[in-house]
Design a protein around this ligand. Structure first.
Ligand code: MLT
Ligand code: ZN
Length: 478
């Protein structure tokens, strides 16, 4: 009789995990696990023996406990839309992926408390829809909201289009449920506006990118749904003119500015070229664009009149060259699509290097000018496509490979490119990662930017909560 093969420790672990999550909760076929092992940008090709898909927090806890005992690392994953490889397992096949996708229930919504209690695997779009059905607004909007999930959004402290008015993901969190690296469940699903009782643990997990524990559910703040929304796309003469327009809207009514985005002519050109159905609602293309969204829950706020008044004056003063105001939901969506499809269009155009940087708002035009000059001097023919959240001082200073260049050659220069942009960013008092986080791509920058006491404290916190280093290894900390 042939000997049966000796189970390897990972096989033993998977048997125990299968007993917790069942057949439905475990993927082991390479064809099934492959999509979870590669990031959206295709920068990292990981490998994993299994993707675990628990159905609830207790299952997550049991799985993490088993992994902790076996010393096998866990990579939490939501919608897998990270721009920095934050949810991708290592290439050596030593890490399990834990997908939150099956935990997709809206647990409760309270229009009086203005709170939404929701599981980690709900997509941001579904969470927004649930809030809207209750007559409220979840004021967080990002380009990947149809795929990105609440757990990942909180773990990475996503920013997005409405930060200018409502802040980042962290500003929306009242409570969290978290599975700690030893498999303990911390139920902090409180929905209090005031709770001043010691260290604010929930904020420790927001932005930790899954290195301290796994967020399984959250209580999010809602706001009253806007009664009036106006969106305009403007052709502007320069980044300075875009900033000037922003300050005029802010001066007029800061409570109404819900988004203020900048786009370069190059980036818009890629959208018009690659995205089916994309059309420019202006007479002619421009070198620079601004997208403004105003919104208010107040009845009779007269937003349209305010928008027109600010734009008319800006046209008269030469800040704005042309503007299109959306007349319907469909036109609003079409204008937003020109902005939201920037990343997809850049992907279709070829290889790109991303710099998700922030500077004080007043320095954005200088950032765009200086970083463009520095990158064009570094790589002949490189195409700079800065765009993003001008109202937050957060520009995606992305670079597209020179036409006809080899993609691998271009990507191999990513550190040189990022360092070149970051030199300008540092000089302007900015940050090397405004909203995408650190992930696998940028831990090497941490000693330089956050070294000393700050990084030392982060490392001590990591060690205190995850002494065996099993939670999302290789991410955030160098
Ligand atoms: C966006 O705002 O569309 C994303 O954060 C972008 C990116 O850098 O591609
Ligand atoms: Zn962004």
């Amino acid at each position: 009789m042939p000997d049966s093969p000796v189970p390897t420790p990972i096989d033993t672990l998977l048997v125990a995990i299968r007993a917790v999550v069942g057949e439905r909760g475990l993927l082991t076929e390479p064809a099934d696990t492959a999509p979870y092992a590669e990031d959206w940008r295709r920068l990292y090709q990981g490998r994993t023996p299994a993707v675990v898909r628990p159905a609830g927090a207790e299952e997550v806890a049991a799985v993490v406990r088993l992994c902790a005992e076996a010393g096998v690392p866990v990579v939490p994953q939501g919608g897998n839309t990270s721009m920095v490889g934050g949810a991708t397992p290592a290439a050596d096949g030593s890490e399990l992926v834990l997908s939150l996708a099956r935990m997709n229930r809206v647990r409760a919504i309270d229009p009086v408390d203005l709170t939404l209690t929701i599981e980690a695997g709900v997509t941001l779009k579904a969470a927004q829809d649930a809030a809207a059905e209750a007559g409220c607004l979840l004021p967080l909007s990002i380009a990947s909201e149809g795929t990105a999930q609440v757990g990942g959004i909180l773990a990475t402290n996503a920013g997005g289009n409405n930060t200018v008015r409502y802040g980042n993901a962290r500003d929306m969190v009242l409570g969290l449920e978290v599975v700690l690296p030893d498999g303990t469940v911390w139920n902090g699903l409180r929905r209090l506006r005031k709770d001043n009782t010691g260290y604010c643990l929930r904020q420790l997990f927001v932005g930790a990118e899954g290195t301290l524990g796994i967020i399984t559910a959250a209580v999010l703040k809602l706001v009253p749904r806007p009664r009036e929304t106006e969106v305009a796309l403007c052709a502007v003469a320069s980044p300075e003119a875009a900033l000037g327009l922003f300050t005029r809207f802010q001066a007029h009514d800061p409570a109404a500015v819900q988004a203020f985005e900048y786009m370069s002519g190059g980036g818009m050109g890629f959208v018009l070229k690659h995205i089916p159905g994309a059309n420019l609602p202006l007479a002619r293309p421009s070198e620079h664009y601004a997208l403004v969204e105003l919104a208010t829950p107040r009845p009779d706020a007269g937003l349209r009149a305010a928008l027109e008044a600010v734009l008319e004056q800006a046209l008269a003063d030469g800040l704005v060259q042309d503007a299109a105001i959306a007349e319907s939901d469909a036109q609003r969506a079409a204008i937003w699509r020109l902005r939201e499809e920037h990343s997809e269009a850049q992907k279709r155009e070829g290889a790109s290097v991303k710099n998700d940087v922030s500077v004080p708002v007043s320095k954005v035009p200088e950032l765009i000018r200086r970083a463009t000059a520095a990158c064009e001097a570094l790589i002949q023919g490189v195409r700079c496509v800065p765009f993003g959240h001008m109202g937050d001082g957060n520009i995606h200073f992305n670079l597209e490979q020179p036409e006809g260049a080899d993609a691998a050659w271009f990507l191999a220069q990513d550190h040189a490119i990022m360092d070149t942009v970051n030199e300008v960013v540092r000089d302007l008092g900015g940050s090397f990662s405004a909203e995408h986080g650190v992930g696998l791509l940028k831990p090497y920058m941490m000693p330089d930017w956050r070294g000393g006491a700050e990084l030392a404290v982060m490392q001590r916190i990591k060690h205190a909560l995850d002494p065996r280093g099993i939670m999302n290894p290789g991410k955030v900390l160098p």
